[in-house]
Design a protein around this ligand. Structure first.
Ligand code: SAM
Ligand code: DTB
Ligand code: SF4
Length: 328
C-alpha cells in the first residue's frame, strides 16, 4: 500500500496565487513513503517543471578565507576552532578573474564568491562590487555569499549586477541554537528579506548530517518551502567533516535519507533549482545519480568548494557522460 500525503492550498487573494504551505508533518510523511514511491513522485514533479537531464553548474571561489567571528559548528573557517586553516585577506581582483575565466572555460554558468565574514563592512564591500561587475562582464552569472547584510548593501550589490545572493538557513529553527550561537535564524531571515527586496535572486538552503533528526530535516525543508516565494536556488549540503570543529565526529546521514531530503526539496519547491552541494567528494556515483533522479538539477563544479575538496571537473564530465546528463 502506498501512503498518501494530503495537500492543502492556501487561499488565493487578488494579487497572490494560491501557494501550498507545507507542514512539518506532511514532509515527514513524504520521508515515510516507500523509497521508490518518493522518487517516482519527485521525478514526476521534476519533469513537469524542468528538463530532467539538464544540470546547472556553479563554480565556487573562496575570496576571503578563515578568521570568521561566527561559531557555526560545522565550519572550517570559524576562528573559534583550531582547524589548521590559515586566515587570508581578500583576494585581489585579478586572481578572482583568473579563476572566473577558468571556470567559464570549463563550462560553469555561474561563479559564486564566498567570504568568511559575519557580514561585510563598508570597506569590504567596495572591492567585492568590483568583482561582481567584472565577473559579470565575462558572461557568467554572479553569486556572492558574504554573511549578514546591513541596510543598503543589497541594493549596492544589485546595482553592480549581482544575480544571486547565497545565505543558508542551514538547519531547523529548533536545532539552530545547538549548531550556531553567534547569530540567530531570524538574523539570517532578515538578510534574506533585504536580498529579496533589492530584486536579487535568493540562493538559500541548508546542511544535513549534523546529527539532526528526520523531523529536524523535515522542518528545514518546510521553512524553505514556505518562504514566499521559495528561493530560486536551494543548496542541500551534506556535512564535510572538518577536524577541529565540534561536528567532526557527527553521525553521518544515511545516504538514502540524504536522497529523500533532495526528493522532498524537489516536491515542495517544484520551480526551484535544487543543488546537490557539499559532500559529493565523499559520495559514490550511484548516490549522486539517485540525487539527480530525485530532482537535484544543479551542482558545484570544480575541484574545490570553499576550503574542502570537490570532485574535479573532468570526473564530473565523465559522470555526466555516463548518465547522459547535459549541462546548462
Ligand atoms: N559566511 C557566509 C555564510 O555563512 O553565509 C558564507 C560562507 S558559508 C561557508 C556558506 C555555507 O556553506 C554554510 O551556510 C553551510 O551551509 C555550508 N557549509 C559550511 N561548512 C560546511 C561543511 N563543512 N560541510 C558542508 N557544508 C558546509
Ligand atoms: C552552499 O550552500 N554551499 C557552499 C556555498 N553555498 C557557499 C559552501 C560549501 C562549503 C563546504 C565546506 C568548505 O569547503 O569549506
Ligand atoms: Fe563564518 Fe559562514 Fe563559516 Fe559560519 S558558515 S563560521 S558565518 S564562514
Amino acid at each position: 500500500m502506498t501512503a498518501t500525503v494530503a495537500r492543502a492550498e492556501s487561499a488565493p487573494t487578488a494579487n497572490t496565487p494560491a501557494r501550498k504551505r507545507w507542514s512539518v508533518a506532511e514532509i515527514e510523511a513524504l520521508f515515510a513513503l516507500p523509497f521508490n514511491d518518493l522518487l517516482f513522485r519527485a521525478q514526476q514533479v521534476h519533469r513537469e517543471h524542468f528538463d530532467a537531464n539538464a544540470i546547472q553548474r556553479s563554480t565556487l571561489l573562496s575570496i576571503k578565507t578563515g578568521g570568521c567571528s561566527e561559531d557555526c559548528g560545522y565550519c572550517s573557517q570559524s576562528s573559534r576552532y583550531d582547524t589548521g586553516l590559515e586566515k587570508e585577506s581578500l583576494l585581489p581582483l585579478n586572481e578572482v578573474l583568473e579563476n572566473a575565466r577558468a571556470a567559464k572555460a570549463k563550462g560553469a554558468s555561474r561563479f559564486c564568491m564566498g567570504a568568511a565574514w559575519r557580514g561585510p563592512k563598508e570597506k569590504d564591500l567596495a572591492p567585492v562590487l568590483d568583482m561582481v561587475r567584472e565577473v559579470k562582464k565575462l558572461g557568467l552569472e554572479t553569486c556572492v555569499t558574504l554573511g549578514m547584510l546591513k541596510e543598503g548593501q543589497a541594493s549596492q550589490l544589485k546595482d553592480a549586477g549581482l544575480d544571486y545572493y547565497n545565505h543558508n538557513i542551514d538547519t531547523s529553527p529548533e536545532f539552530y541554537g545547538q549548531i550556531i550561537t553567534t547569530h540567530t535564524l531570524q538574523d539570517r531571515l532578515d538578510t534574506l528579506d533585504k536580498v529579496r527586496d533589492a530584486g536579487i535572486n535568493v540562493c538559500c538552503g541548508g546542511i544535513v548530517g549534523l546529527g539532526e533528526t528526520q523531523k529536524s530535516r523535515a522542518a528545514l525543508i518546510a521553512e524553505l518551502a514556505n518562504m514566499s516565494p521559495p528561493p530560486e536556488s536551494v543548496p542541500i549540503n551534506n556535512l564535510v567533516q572538518v577536524e577541529g570543529t565540534p561536528l567532526d565526529q557527527a553521525k553521518p546521514i544515511d545516504p538514502f535519507d540524504f536522497i529523500r531530503t533532495i526528493a522532498a526539496a524537489r516536491i515542495t519547491m517544484p520551480e526551484s533549482y535544487v543543488r546537490l552541494s557539499a559532500g559529493r567528494q565523499q559520495m559514490d556515483d550511484a548516490t549522486q545519480a539517485l540525487c539527480f533522479m530525485a530532482g537535484a538539477n544543479s551542482i558545484f563544479y570544480g575541484e574545490r568548494l570553499l576550503t574542502t575538496d570537490n570532485p574535479d571537473a573532468d570526473a564530473d564530465d565523465k559522470l555526466f557522460a555516463r548518465l547522459g546528463l547535459k549541462s546548462i
